[in-house]
Design a protein around this ligand. Structure first.
Ligand code: FE
Length: 348
């Protein structure tokens, strides 16, 4: 692991924000690049460190909560020192574009590297890793043959058997946004109403809490992002491994004619305020290169966005799957309606 130096540069008082400077190996650095990242240090710093060494560029990293960092970019405006914004969920990347804090970096190379549905069509943001939001079930209480699609979770046979996190969470909003795109507004509202009526208790917790709830029988089935399950499987802690062992993963909507599992991304963008544009562009190209993609996906048990890069070994037990290829910008475009339908359908 590379070592980092705490620094006072770039400090702007925002709670829960940490700052690291990743310094290149030689003193003849060719400038710098300033990164605001909603990804935790451990999931991004080693890749940034590799970039710093390869290009002899000073990389300054600020990490923080996704929504706080976006608000900070908005508040700082043109005066923001940030050149790069890294965050999770296409819904958030869309919000950042709408807020006017990003600029396009479209190049033929980037457009060739990142599949079109995993990036903004105007080049304002690019996916860096993929995660699937899928079904997880208790191995003892559910037979996999009972499961099929997201839509089926509104069926009466699941009464009292489901749990979920709240509708304020963007992951669920994006899942609902994808259903609106596939099935339309009326069908999606009906699905929400059925899904909510099947809950064993009101929405609670984060994805890991829900996987735990399934493992101990609070409910039989939940929805969660694939990497939370992957993390539990990789854990050194016996109680986390026990959750993994009790719970199984199910890929929904895989049959012929079905759209596939809902996927989302972590992504990267150049800020509108960027002054180190050359290094910022290089960093985006670096993180979407084959060299970086393997590590980046592995670091959080995610799937690479580059089709040429193999899945990390840790994901092998989950098998191959068909992913929904809905352009992820639709998750942003449908977000407002998704939230409205969740409110209307009683998803707390
Ligand atoms: Fe997450």
């Amino acid at each position: 692991m590379p070592s980092y130096t705490q620094t006072t540069r770039l400090i702007i008082p925002v709670l829960s924000t940490t700052l690291l400077a990743l310094t290149p190996a030689t003193s003849s650095a060719s400038g710098e690049v300033n990164v605001y990242s909603a990804r935790k240090e451990a999931l991004i710093a080693p890749a940034l460190d590799a970039f710093a060494r390869q290009y002899r560029v000073n990389v300054n990293l600020v990490t923080g909560d996704a929504d706080q960092l976006l608000n900070r970019l908005k508040a700082e405006g043109d005066a923001s020192p940030a050149d790069i914004f890294i965050t999770v969920d296409a819904g958030r990347l869309f919000r950042a574009k709408e807020a006017g804090v990003l600029r396009t970096v479209q190049t033929d190379e980037l457009d060739k590297a990142v599949p079109s549905h995993l990036r903004d069509p105007d080049g304002y943001w690019y996916g860096l890793s993929q995660r699937a939001r899928i079904i997880f079930y208790n191995r003892v209480k559910v037979d996999a043959s009972e499961l099929s699609t997201y839509e089926d979770l509104s069926a009466a046979k699941w009464k009292g058997r489901l749990c979920t996190r709240s509708s304020s969470n963007i992951y669920n909003q994006s899942l609902v946004a994808s259903m609106i795109a596939a099935k339309g507004e009326a069908n999606t509202l009906a699905w929400i109403q059925g899904f909510v009526s099947n809950l064993s208790r009101p929405p609670f917790g984060g994805d890991t809490d829900l996987l735990k709830a399934v493992s101990v029988g609070v409910c039989d089935v939940t929805l969660a992002n694939s990497y939370y399950y992957g993390r539990l499987g990789q854990s050194d802690l016996a109680d986390e491994r026990a959750i993994y062992d009790q719970v199984a993963l199910f890929w929904p909507n895989q049959s012929i004619g079905e759209r596939g599992a809902h996927v989302n991304v972590s992504g990267i963008a150049m800020t509108a305020s960027a002054s180190n544009t050359r290094n910022a562009r290089r960093l985006i190209e670096f993180l979407t290169s084959e060299q970086s993609q393997t590590w980046y996906a592995q670091a959080n048990t995610e799937y690479p966005v580059l089709e040429s890069v193999a899945f990390p070994n840790s994901l092998a037990p989950f098998g191959a799957f068909k992913a929904d290829t809905l352009p992820l910008k639709s998750l942003g475009e449908n977000n407002r309606l998704a939230v409205e339908l969740m409110n209307k359908g009683g998803w707390k």
